[in-house]
Design a protein around this ligand. Structure first.
Ligand SMILES: [Zn+2]
Length: 339
């Protein structure tokens, strides 16, 4: 049976794959109208095949979250026939209602990112999509069943705050997120979850807690009257990650018998019904990209030339500018208009 689910994982998950914990065939990066995706693997398990996409590339953490081409990644998975995306994500807890090493099936999100393209439909009047439920309820149910059957400790609810990174949060920012209701903090779920909705795919995230968000204190976390030392913390996180292949295998089997209670596959129905786009999702991007010329990042999109390399360059410049003082910026602007 053709694979219809995929796991998007970070560096720790990719390390498992590289070490042979997952039996996988490398399909490599896929060409899309939005540029090239990160490398994709087809993994085999006792209960069926699934895809794996390494979010940060193949040589360590070489692609920071701000520079991941989320649109190409989601498009490539859709193109392969994926209907359900499992996002495997490391988080840090803002409050002490979560323990280190615990799994959490997040159910809501606060998007604090500001440098990432967050829609496939720039300048097209499309993508007005309701964001509740934020994460696919069928997939979240399947996660819960999987974790129960595997005897893993987990929490079924959390509000995830997605920050831009790569820098860590400040203590004052953590207090702000807590005041907004944030419970876990990470750098990867936005805009992935929004983009998956635009392509009518199921998406949910299985998070694990790797530590606590910055408190501005050097005191170690306390649990059951004992100070939690760094070694125990690292061991628990490593144990949570090591179970990924087993959890994915079990999930592949659980998904087959989980009733679909979601409406993810009709999230663009209102745009289709109004005649703005057709039934076949592939036609939504006709004329907006050319799949010829593999490796060419200049794509037609929304009536203008979208150049992913140019976009990255602009984002890097913006990072640099924010570090400079306003006088220097004014001078740079003057220089660029004169040149
Ligand atoms: Zn769904």
């Amino acid at each position: 049976m053709k694979a219809t689910s995929a796991c998007i994982g970070g560096t720790a998950a990719y390390d498992l794959l590289r070490e042979g914990a997952l039996l996988a065939e490398r399909l490599g990066p896929q060409n899309t109208p939005f540029g090239e995706s990160q490398p994709i693997y087809l993994c085999a398990s006792r209960f069926g095949e699934f895809y794996f996409l390494s979010r940060h590339g193949e040589s360590g953490f070489n692609l920071a979250p701000s520079f991941v081409n989320y649109r190409a990644n989601i498009y490539a998975l859709k193109d392969l026939g994926v209907r359900a995306i499992v996002s495997w994500s490391e988080t840090r807890a803002i409050c002490h209602n979560y323990t280190i090493g615990q799994y959490v099936i997040v159910d809501d999100l606060i998007d604090e990112t500001h440098l990432r393209p967050n829609t496939f439909f720039e300048n097209r009047g499309l993508g007005v999509v309701r964001q509740w439920p934020v994460f696919c309820p069928s997939l979240r149910k399947a996660f819960a069943t999987t974790l129960e059957e595997e005897g893993s400790k987990f929490a079924e609810h959390a509000i995830y705050v997605c920050i831009e990174g790569p820098r860590r949060e400040t203590p004052a920012e953590v207090r702000k997120y807590a005041a907004l209701g944030g419970e876990l903090l990470g750098t990867t779920l936005a805009p992935e979850v929004f983009l998956a909705k635009e392509l009518q795919m199921c998406y949910a995230s299985l998070c694990y807690v790797a530590g606590y968000a910055e408190t501005g204190s050097d005191f170690r976390p306390f649990e059951d009257g004992h100070v939690l030392d760094q070694k125990s913390q690292d061991q628990r996180t490593a144990a949570a990650v090591e179970r990924l292949p087993r959890l994915l295998e079990r999930l592949t089997e659980v998904l087959r018998r989980t009733p679909g209670v979601c409406h993810c596959e009709s999230s663009m129905q209102h745009h289709i019904a109004s005649g703005q786009i057709g039934w076949d999702w592939r036609t939504w991007f006709e004329g907006h990209g050319s799949l010829s010329g593999r490796g060419d990042s200049r794509r037609r999109e929304g009536g203008y030339e979208f150049d992913y390399e140019y976009f990255l360059d602009q984002q890097r410049r913006r990072y640099d500018h924010e570090r400079d003082d306003p006088d220097t910026l004014d001078q740079q602007a003057e220089d660029s208009t004169q040149s």
